[in-house]
Design a binder for this molecule. Structure first.
Ligand SMILES: *Cc1c(COP(=O)(O)O)cnc(C)c1O
Length: 426
């Protein structure tokens, strides 16, 4: 066999893989950790000031500085650092006043924490379909509104901004709060405004898998003084006292306070954000234009991006004609050393998809008498078939990380692999 024939042959059939190397690990901020983070941690440790509110050293706390810098960079007058993205969501829901029996509309495709946060404040997650953007379908959100609905939770999955113009319009018209889950979309925007600053509150995660990271951590942004005050009180057992609220306004809180060491790391990570976004956007542009050419000949379609300029560009997603084809294409791409995967399989548990959220599907309470569904005293039902359109889209979707460490030749070879695999299988 000639060399060129070998190049044509799919790697899954014994041909030469298009990509010479596999992707590096996909931890955008995590892989950037270097001497700067080390220095920041050492300085904080040596100061012995490890708690935001006091210590042997005076001066501003790392957490307070991070809040100021994060809020300024994203354009929010208030920022509250917390221990996780889930903690940020819980504080935001308390902040906007979601409580027992209140319904919150969440997308069928999101990390289960979005729904867990609603249940944690006694609220009831109501599932809505996603559309070809793989984010909330505004038309289905509208259909799912009931007299009990208090809030909508747009989740900017895989760095892609939701259709915020339409969701904000629905929220305003129906008198509902919008709590944005920005855990996967640090720095992304819609209509030139950063995500997390469009709704009533925006929630970020600094867990290790996210764009920026301190291992764990979270942040809440809001332009509302009232939401900020409630979140501030809730995130600290004595938040009301500590922040000098009038005694008759004080509510109890729990502890979600960020540690100084985490904030020291995050302040360095924040400086890396624009560079990471620029790199990933450039790479995604290259991959997208190559894929668009193939899409004109083959039966694939690209994910719809409600505001392409605002996309954080951490992922490239396209749809094939059916789930069987998606499985074949993903396997063939993997053999080419391209880190592709399908987004949903009924038989593979993945807590990003509502159908696999067994504790929610079965309305499992922590105690026999507990649980928001029982307290609600009305019939609430979940089934795996609740959002069929979402499952169909996710089942036909192929996902690739847009790794900031990809070189130009990695990108070229990825496009070669697309040509080869989609030419034969799409
Ligand atoms: C990671 C994530 C969360 C939760 O963040 P943690 O910091 O892990 O609590 C919430 N929503 C989405 C969409 C996420 O990806």
């Amino acid at each position: 066999m000639s060399d060129s024939e070998d190049k044509e042959r799919l790697a899954i059939d014994g041909g030469v893989p298009s990509r010479q190397r596999k992707d590096p690990p996909m931890y955008p901020g995590g892989m950037m950790i270097d001497a700067e983070e080390e220095q920041a941690v050492l300085e904080t440790l040596r100061s012995k000031r490890l708690f935001r509110y006091y210590g042997p050293q005076d001066g501003p706390s790392q957490v307070a500085l991070l809040e100021e810098e994060f809020g300024r960079m994203l354009g929010s007058p208030h920022a509250l650092a917390v221990t996780s993205g889930t903690a940020a969501l819980i504080c935001a829901l308390q902040g906007v006043g979601v409580g027992p029996g209140d319904e919150v509309i969440v997308p069928a495709y999101t990390w289960i924490a979005s729904a867990s946060a609603v249940a944690a404040v006694g609220g009831i997650p109501v599932l809505a379909e996603i559309d070809e953007s793989l984010t909330l379908d505004p038309a289905d959100v509208e259909r799912k509104i009931s007299p009990f609905t208090r809030a909508i939770m747009p989740v900017h999955m895989r760095g892609v901004p939701c259709r915020m113009d339409r969701l904000l319009e629905i929220g305003a018209r129906r008198g509902l709060a919008l709590v944005e889950d920005v855990a996967q979309a640090d720095g992304a925007s819609f209509g030139g405004q950063r995500l997390g600053t469009l709704g009533d509150a925006g929630c970020f995660s600094f867990q290790f898998n996210k764009i920026l990271t301190a291992g764990e951590g979270g942040m809440l942004l809001t332009r509302s003084e009232a939401v900020y005050k409630r979140a501030l009180m809730y995130h600290d057992v004595v938040g009301g006292l500590r922040n000098h609220f009038p005694t008759d306004e004080i509510l109890w809180g729990i502890n979600f306070r960020m540690a100084e060491l985490q904030a020291a790391v995050m302040r360095v990570q924040l400086k890396r954000l624009e560079g990471l976004l620029a790199t990933m956007r450039r790479s995604k542009q290259v991959l997208t234009s190559g894929l668009q050419k193939i899409a004109r000949r083959k039966s694939i379609s690209l994910q719809e991006i409600p505001d392409p300029a605002g996309d954080a560009s951490i992922a490239l997603i396209f749809f094939t004609r059916d789930a069987g084809t998606a499985g074949q294409i993903a396997a063939a791409l993997q053999a080419e050393n391209i880190g592709a995967g399908v987004l949903y399989r009924p038989d593979v548990t993945d807590y990003h998809i509502y159908a696999h959220w067994t504790p929610l599907m079965e309305q499992r309470p922590w105690t026999p008498n507990g649980g928001p569904w029982r307290w609600a005293q009305r019939e609430i039902r979940y089934t795996r078939g609740d959002c069929p359109r979402s499952l169909d889209l996710l089942g036909r979707a192929i996902h690739l990380n847009v790794n900031p460490l990809l070189s130009d030749s990695d990108l070229e070879e990825t496009l070669d692999g697309f040509e080869k695999v989609l030419g034969k299988l799409a």
